[in-house]
Design a protein. Structure first.
Lengths: 147, 77
């Protein structure tokens, strides 16, 4: 089972995970491992206080890129299920930005695929962050943190 | 015969360009499209290029009707 979505509205990753695992095609007995990554908005960056963030994307390419990335990962590791969500639009500190969840029979595939999906998405999926600082100044984030 | 050209994020704001149609000629590369639409002769290192929603480089040859996008390094996740 595979679910990929870009959301304009805020999402609750834990509710999404619970709902995903309630679906009829979700075979819990086949999954010995589940790795989950949730990225949330910080209220600081490069020594500045950040009060809000706007996330832009290139819709047609994002959709295509995320689909290909997940399909490639499912070729590379024996994954049972993948759930991926990414926010766009206006965010506030503490809001979830991204959810990557993978299920597999054994933990190695889940750990490796979850990290691969997250790191590849971060450096290649066409999303851009624009921060609003405490004094109202807006600036585009020039680069990712090293993690 | 034309190319649909898109600009995103900080690059869109710097250039004051979001989307435009530009004339296409046989053999044109994404670099030619950049120069034709931005009036900049140099090909910047910090701009990424996609043709039909897939990453490519400045030497990629484009076809009539293609969608070419220019954007800064991505910062999602």
């Amino acid at each position: 089972m595979l679910s990929i979505q870009v959301d304009q509205q805020a999402f609750n990753p834990w509710t999404l995970l619970a709902d995903f695992q309630q679906q009829p095609d979700f075979q819990a007995s086949q999954c010995g491992a589940n790795a989950v990554f949730v990225g949330t908005m910080r209220d600081f960056n490069e020594d500045d206080t950040v009060q809000a963030m706007y996330l832009e994307h290139y819709p047609a390419m994002t959709e295509r890129y995320l689909q290909e990335l997940v399909q490639d990962s499912m070729q590379q590791w024996p994954l049972q299920h993948v759930l991926l969500r990414h926010r766009i639009g206006e965010l506030l500190p503490g809001d979830p930005i991204v959810l990557v969840a993978v299920w597999s029979a054994h933990r190695q595939a889940s750990f490796a695929a979850c990290r691969h999906l997250m790191e590849t998405l971060k450096y290649q999926a066409p999303f851009w962050k624009r921060e609003t600082l405490q004094d109202g100044e807006q600036r585009w984030v020039a680069r990712n943190t090293t993690g | 015969m034309s190319i649909n050209v898109l600009f995103f994020a900080s690059l869109r704001e710097q250039l004051g360009l979001a989307q435009l149609e530009t004339d296409w000629q046989t053999g044109m590369t994404t670099g030619d499209i950049w120069q034709q639409t931005t009036a900049q002769n140099s090909l910047p290192d910090n701009v990424l290029v996609a043709c039909n929603q897939q990453y490519c480089d400045w030497q990629t040859v484009v076809a009539d009707g293609d969608e070419v996008a220019f954007f800064p390094p991505v910062t999602g996740g």
